[in-house]
Design a protein around this ligand. Structure first.
Ligand code: AAL
Length: 397
């Protein structure tokens, strides 16, 4: 085994930093694996590569295949929005899924936001569907409706997740109070039931709200004008997903900040976690938030005593799969090609411990058929262990 460490003194070629001598320890194995030409001349890229974990293979690396349309009631329907599917659970031999549902086109923010529909996820209710095979679905109807005028969820309830715990069912979802203006804050609500078919009891108050420490500049409905941004989630808390973990309930969510910017990684979207002793809360935001500086819709699952996360769409760490031993401190385990699946609904019935990404072999995603209308499709993914040319022999790994 080539395990002996070579101590390499690395001198920068830059005359101005002649005094900055760095001592980097490199093993013979690293030199060989990383294909380093000359240990006395390490590029910035090689120095970064030397910090990669040495014990990581390809077990977290996957590729997504093309999405596949669903059949039955969840096939694309002109005039209807079905999006942001929850995870799937299996009850009475059938898969259950919940999702945002609305009808009609969206007008955006240019007009009468009091009476129009600003986004496809505006004026939504939460509906559910069942399926025996995950491909052909029957729409069962309404699960959770918007609240009465004046309530915190009177405008839209959407982007739902399901958690089953001790024979009780919990739906967590986004809420908006009318009018749906550009600066409106978004919150998170919860509903529970003894049956996946309802009836659902809604929490009287939101279970999570944006941080209250940002200050808008002026009165104009412009989300980029701020005196002070505030925490990463000062504008919106989105995409909730509750996971029972270490005897508590971890509510993962996406935060949007007042005065959001485009950075070198794209939109400033971050994830946070809030923790409760009971499913109904109270949920206390972790002082470690944000726990991811990239991502979009939350996609998390328990693995090997910790929590794994698929990070998509926004930020410098997009298209990575990460894992944390404590549900808070996530490290990159793989960097994957662009993810063609959005707002993923995982199949919670699979054995997610079989291998790190087993739970990503198939599931649900939404797709933009047009700006106005979205439908739900299914995704699949596969592990890739070798890159072999047509006709050439690979080795079994
Ligand atoms: C989604 C989610 C949230 C947003 C909108 C609907 O992909 O991030 O749910 O509010 O877009």
């Amino acid at each position: 085994m080539m395990s002996c460490d070579t101590k390499v003194k690395e001198e920068s070629g830059d005359a101005t930093s002649q005094n900055n001598q760095e001592t980097i320890e490199i093993s013979e194995e690293q030199i060989d694996k990383l294909g380093i030409s000359d240990v006395n001349h390490l590029s910035a890229a090689t120095k970064r590569a030397l910090k990669w974990p040495t014990d990581l293979g390809n077990e977290w690396f996957i590729q997504f295949n093309n999405l596949k349309p669903l059949k039955g009631d969840l096939a694309y329907e002109e005039g209807v929005v079905r999006r942001d599917p929850s995870a799937m659970i299996k009850e009475n031999g059938k898969y259950y899924v919940w999702y945002s549902r609305s009808t009609g086109p969206s007008q955006g923010f240019g007009g009468d936001v009091e009476n129009e529909k600003v986004f496809p996820w505006d004026r939504c209710d939460i509906w559910y569907a069942t399926s025996e095979d995950g491909e052909t679905w029957k729409e069962e109807g309404l699960a959770v409706a918007r609240g009465k005028k004046g309530e915190y969820d009177d405008r839209s309830v959407f982007t739902v997740e399901i958690m089953k715990h001790e024979n009780k069912y919990y739906l967590s979802y986004q809420t908006v109070k009318s009018p749906y203006s550009v600066r409106v804050k978004n919150q998170i609500g919860l509903a529970w039931s003894d049956s996946p078919n309802g009836p659902w009891t809604k929490s009287k108050e939101p279970i999570l709200s944006p941080a209250d420490n940002g200050i808008w500049k002026g009165e104009e409905q412009n989300r980029f004008l701020v005196e002070k941004r505030g925490d990463f989630d000062s504008h919106k808390v989105h995409d909730p997903c509750i996971i029972p973990f270490k005897g508590k309930f971890y509510l993962y969510y996406k935060g949007e900040q007042m005065g959001e910017e485009i950075t070198f990684g794209g939109r400033q979207i971050r994830h946070g976690v809030a923790i409760a002793d009971k499913p109904e809360g109270p949920y206390i935001k972790s002082p470690y938030n944000p726990i991811s500086n990239s991502g979009h819709e939350i996609c998390v699952w328990p693995y090997n005593g910790g929590i794994a996360a698929l990070i998509t769409t926004d930020g410098p760490e997009k298209n990575t799969i990460q894992w944390s031993p404590d549900g808070i401190n996530f490290e990159i385990m793989s960097v994957i090609p662009g993810v063609d699946a959005h707002a993923i609904g995982l199949d919670r019935t699979v054995d997610n411990e079989k291998e790190p990404t087993e739970i990503l072999r198939w599931g649900l995603s939404h797709v933009y058929n047009s700006w106005n209308y979205q439908s739900i499709m299914s995704f699949t993914s596969k592990r890739k262990k070798q890159h072999v040319a047509k006709g050439a022999k690979g080795t079994k790994k």
